[in-house]
Design a protein around this ligand. Sequence first.
Ligand code: SF4
Length: 138
Amino acid sequence: MKEANKILCPSSKCKPGSRLLGVRQDDGTVAILPSPLDIDEKFISKVNNDDIRPEQKFRFTNKCIENGCSQWTGKSCGVIEKLVSYLDVLPVKEALPECAIRPQCRWFRQSGVDACKVCTFVITEVTEQDNSRAASTA
Ligand code: SF4
């Protein structure tokens, strides 16, 4: 298997093959699960029927598809590059979330512990919208 196929995106879509990585809390941050949970068609169908997109309530992990993703810069993930620039303005905790995907996580591989510090503040759907807005106004 190619090395890239083993690397995981920590902000993927709710789709077959993805696993549940985190759950949004009342304070807007995301609680990362110590180990991601498998999801099935029933779960996907249920969370897609709500008014709120699943990616606004949960975080999912799936394999990093590099060039198949609009966030790929050609060499790296553009999402985490932007997010770590907010480190100074976020109320980050020094203790990192317990996270089983760390050895394979694209963001951790790129930005190390800084990625884990901002990770709990990331809502996938919002990040996607922000990036689309940025792209449409560029
Ligand atoms: S950035 Fe850190 S906490 Fe977030 S999914 Fe990757 S390894 Fe886990």
